[in-house]
Design a protein. Sequence first.
Length: 163
Amino acid sequence: MALSVSACGLVGDYEESQRTVGEQCDRTRAFFSATLRVTGAEIRWSDYDSSEAVGKSAYCVLWSDSSVLIGSTMVWALRKGETARAHISEDPLFRPLDGYGNDVWLKRDLDGTRFAVVAGRWQGDLTVNTGRAFTAEGQLEMSEELERQSVEFLIELTEYIGS
């Protein structure tokens, strides 16, 4: 029996979102272009059915000039009672960030910066491959302000998908 909650339905232990993969990818591309100011950020729509519902999870990859992976977003419905996906607690490089009103983690490594948030019964991940992403001024550097804006974007995206 499915219980409809706005654009989500409860199926077993998971919520399912009726938001579309296209909505997730369009928002992700807009964030990379407008906020991070990455040049040439694009989605290879041949990889996705943009009208498909997110369901329990969805993955969106951004490319620069269709050949260089510059970032991604992933959203997951959390199982009832689950507080975050295992990759967060099992990876010692993820560290919690305070001050956002949501559970937020940050990981920096050689590939770039990765963010994870929990919003309601959904988790969102954002990866920014700073070594491969370029702005008009050169290679993208994640300042504290861009990190804050990335967290806020990811919370908003995760809440949107889960609403």
